[in-house]
Design a protein around this ligand. Sequence first.
Ligand code: G6P
Length: 616
Amino acid sequence: MCGIVGYIGKQKASSIMLEGLKRLEYRGYDSAGLAVLQNDGVTVIKKIGRVDNLSAHAAKQKLSGHVGISHTRWATHGGVTDANAHPHVSSDGKIVLVHNGVIENYVAIKKFLLTKGYDFESETDTEVLCNLIAYHYAKEPENGEGTRLLDSVRKTLSHVEGTYGIAVVCTERPDEMVAARKGSPLILGVGDHEHIIASDVSAIISRTQNVVYLKDGELVHIAKGGFTISTLDLTDVSPVIDTVTWSVDDAELGDHDHYMLKEIFEQPAALENAMRGRFSADGSTANFGGLNLTAADFRQIDRFVFTSCGTGWHACLVAEHLIERYARIPVEVDYASEFRYRNAPLDRDALFFVISQSGETIDTLAALREAKRKGYKCMAICNVVGSTIARESDGGIYQHAGPEIGVASTKAFTSQLMISAMFALYVARMRDMSFADGVDYVNALKQVPAKVTRILQQADAIADIARRYAKYNDFLFLGRLSLFPIALEGALKLKEISYIHAEGYPAAEMKHGPIALISEECPSVFLVPKGELFNKVVSSMQEIKARKGRIIAIILEGCELPEGLADDVITIPDCHDAALPILATVPVQLLSYHIAVARGCDVDKPRNLAKSVTVE
Ligand code: G6P
């Protein structure tokens, strides 16, 4: 969602904030703004459009102050206008605020503030919050301890329902900043004589790798070169300073045209990292230190429930297939947003899993909290270390895929598939899978990064195919069993970044409806398995061909399609079934990417989307 960067230190706040905003732009990008405290007042610049537009306007002003807050917006309350962009300034001109999240009782608070003489220039819930802080600040006496701003923010937040990550400054207190969170991620970077508040680490890693991950209900007060953390109910918190393991280079574009392409090419390394140190010494199973469950605990589990959103939900479907196939344990998959509200009956001995790249998606977090409330043990598969979901789960598996900046998930998805395959092996080896089959499985997974590299070597050929198909406005993606979720993922990627209508279907289901769409103008991408279903999928392809549909087939090396059946063929290396979804994903990523580029789309920042959705 929206991104926050706040700076307090010795450098020019505007330059550091603009750099941070640029790195956070993938979180939301309909407008951007900054405020710098200077000359006993505040300079605020906010503009619709991208951060570059804000930078151009900022360059025209003299912004020398060392304290400031800034924001990139993804609109929730109020349209995309300069006035609705953040920061917001209270009507008495003293309090300046940036906010992520949603204040649910803002209408009632606004009514109250109108009776107290506060004015509003925007339609946002944030301006209401800002004026409520100003109201409490005006009533709060100076207390000699320098906590007047902190106390007013704390009082304000005790009256607020909803979610927030906020950073607040005050024109009367030019050396202070207060930040707080509930339901929206916020971190504090602790640098050399400087502090940076941000909604994720990518905004701060060029300045420091020392971070404090704030928890829900915590406030941080930065003043006199130091900081303190306390809770809404006035308990002091001893800060834990973590070290970010990735560097600024990991989040740079390098020679690639887009982050998405860079991240597609980083998949061999991300897959290696998902496996690193996680196979047993005898090479027959996987180990996961972070699950905090013994083999005996696992023997008690009679069902897994996997939930997630978006691309992660497709990873859940692959996990379902692999666990049921290899470990013979039932798996239920649910959208996190549905699970939360449908009050699903769960088996007594179910183990709950969530999958989230960012670890901040609010629907997934809410599902995790709901399952925990019901007393279930909850595991998380997350990429972002220290994220809220990672911290609130009872155990989990970190992906170690490195930062993913492109809004359309690529390397995080295949890394989730690898972890799912390893987890299926882990539980299968506790049940019926033999030592020899375990060794074969492990060896097959170890070959995956090299096989992905071989597919990436075909990138130019796949780009040629993509350019020939870029003119079509409807696509079908068809697969079976573990390739059905990859068909869904292929369709989602294409929709997200090229705005082409695409649907993923089980190949055999195509004849029960989607076949009505088939014409020369609606191509199909077939993910063709080997083995017993090969001929069945070939029959589905014949049905398409008979109706003049164009076909791109993704097939395994060694499989032969009838002459002329597919218009274009992309081959992937032969592999173990557990690795098949990973390998089949790479061509659909490249197809979607190159189709979007050919159509002139902004691949890394598709319209209306945000990388991490922290509002319901
Ligand atoms: C957003 C993104 C999707 C992503 C989903 C879940 O909708 O646009 O690409 O798959 O959130 O994100 P998460 O970080 O929880 O995996």
